[in-house]
Design a protein around this ligand. Sequence first.
Ligand code: SF4
Length: 203
Amino acid sequence: MDNKTKIPSKAPPELLTDRFGRRLNYLRVSVTDRCNQRCAYCAPYSEKFKNREDILSFDEITRLVSLMVSMGVEKVRLTGGEPLVRKDVTDLVSMLKDAGVKDLSMTTNAVLLERFASTLTLNGLNRINVSLDSLNPEKFKLISGGGDIVPVLRGIEAALGVQHHHLLAVAQHFDGGPLGLIVPAGHGGEGLGDQRVRANLHP
Ligand code: SF4
């Protein structure tokens, strides 16, 4: 075969790097700007949300993430707003796992987690990060714009039930202490945070 008839080989996609040449393998995807809480530091009541047609569809997100995976991205975190208020977001979890995301996680306020914890896990979500400002019900209510902590704690409990071999982290920004980590017992932790959540749910 002479040079003229050679079929040019398709160059493999370049790996993503920053300007210092370091590999980038982590991507955060905001799936909605909506939320079911109104935290004082984040979401003013006057806020206007984007029109549905102005946000990426699940197919579009999956195409973009697939491209990123081919360029070396291994970890993807779904965020919002609150990702669980996006209709059928559990389907997106399946689509992204099928697209080859190795480590798929979600940051959530956990208000709807009790309903979705099992399906999220079944569909391939690897980790859940719960953003929780306080375990004190009154403080929580104040910070979250009138929110009720009970569904949040139930959501965490449900996730602990189905995510038993994964880390579940709870950040307590406003309780003054260090970050509270929920590590299911037997997986590098003694379940300290787990006990605190359960103590608040079942005093
Ligand atoms: S739960 Fe998170 S996204 Fe929702 S209003 Fe509070 S800080 Fe903002």
